[in-house]
Design a protein around this ligand. Structure first.
Ligand code: FVH
Length: 311
């Protein structure tokens, strides 16, 4: 686990131990937070952004603005890339193979595991050291211990530059397969989006009778928090493949979720969220697993469903 004992978000440069220069490509909300944290950590920091003007506040703090990606790359041995998506990374880095050769690229743009692996393979061909990063934080959290960033790819880069990486938040290495951090990133984000969709559905249900979400949330937070204590039990089912139900069978939960869908229709709201859960349950029930645990919905997801195949 990262060690934050010597870390403070407002670190200032130590002139006795100068830190290596760092370049940050991309000054969206996240790129700006990253560049600022790195600069506060004492690294001479050069930035570039496609659209001019987004660097003004950083330049006022002493960061250097490069006129082009090539000039930005030339300014530092470590290049942090924080762009919108994989396409923008390709747009920006694609023509910079020669300039980037011999440097380290830390790509914290959200990408798929496949895209991360492809970028890592491209980097290896160009003689670029590559570390893929997945940010589990919003910009306001960058530089604070509560921020968590997952890395995979070059282990030596992770080890050598750990101090730099920990300026952004907790840093955890997931192995030399560059796609691994992205895998965990999107798995966590997927869990989060489903939870938020569930909350939105609940809020819509009470809103149908004039209850504000601000009132509903007071009940939802402790309820959902309590329910997360069941996750390790679900994980045990998933890992063992033994779905013998002690309580809460699929049949039992089918009744509950069907009732939620019916109530949603009665209240005049959409049923997309419970419908998704109904689909997962129904596929298992149809295959004869109704007496097994609700956790068996994992089997409806873990292999891409063919219309005629379950379990
Ligand atoms: N912001 C957040 O809360 C999330 C937290 C989790 C991780 N994400 C990921 O971080 C990446 C950057 O996010 P961001 O918040 O900085 O995003 P934007 O503010 O929208 O800035 C996008 C930057 O990308 C530049 N850009 C877009 N397309 C191109 C392109 N074709 N060529 C060069 N640059 C491009 C854009 O430039 P501009 O529009 O200002 O010219 C911004 O610098 C992202 O992967 C999140 O998923 C953040």
């Amino acid at each position: 686990m990262p060690d934050h004992r010597n870390h403070h978000p407002n670190q200032h440069p130590d002139h006795h131990h100068p830190k290596p220069p760092v370049t940050v490509l991309g000054l969206g909300a996240m790129g700006r937070a990253i560049a600022d944290a790195i600069h506060r950590g004492g690294h001479p920091t050069t930035v570039w952004n496609r659209t001019p003007g987004r660097a003004d506040a950083l330049v006022a703090k002493g960061l250097d603005l490069a006129p082009s990606p090539a000039a930005a790359v030339a300014a530092a041995p470590v290049v942090v890339v924080c762009l919108l998506d994989d396409a923008s990374v390709r747009d920006t880095l694609g023509a910079l193979g020669d300039e980037l050769a011999g440097r380290l690229v830390v790509n914290v743009t959200t990408v798929t595991p496949k895209q991360a692996r492809e970028t890592a393979a491209w980097a290896a061909e160009q003689g670029i050291e590559y570390l893929d990063g997945a940010i589990m934080a919003v910009p306001e959290m960058i530089g604070l211990p509560v921020a968590s960033i997952l890395y995979s790819g070059s282990e030596s880069a992770f080890t050598t530059h750990r101090g730099l990486l920990e300026l952004l938040g907790g840093a955890r290495f997931f192995g030399t397969d560059a796609g691994r951090a992205a895998l965990f990133d999107l798995a966590l984000l997927g869990s989060m989006y489903a939870m938020f969709a569930g909350f939105a559905h609940g809020a819509a249900m009470v809103a149908s009778e004039g209850v504000p979400a601000g009132e509903f949330v007071d009940l939802a937070v402790p309820w959902l928090s309590a329910m997360t204590t069941g996750l390790p039990g679900h994980a045990a089912y998933f890992d063992s493949g033994d779905y013998t139900a002690e309580t809460q069978s699929l049949d039992f939960n089918k009744t509950a979720v069907d009732t939620i869908a019916e109530a949603s229709r009665d209240q005049g709201i959409g049923t997309d969220v419970p419908a998704a859960v109904q689909t997962l349950i129904d596929r298992q029930v149809a295959a004869g697993h109704g007496k097994e645990s609700f956790a068996r919905i994992f089997e409806s997801i873990r292999r891409r469903p063919a219309a005629d195949r379950v379990g």
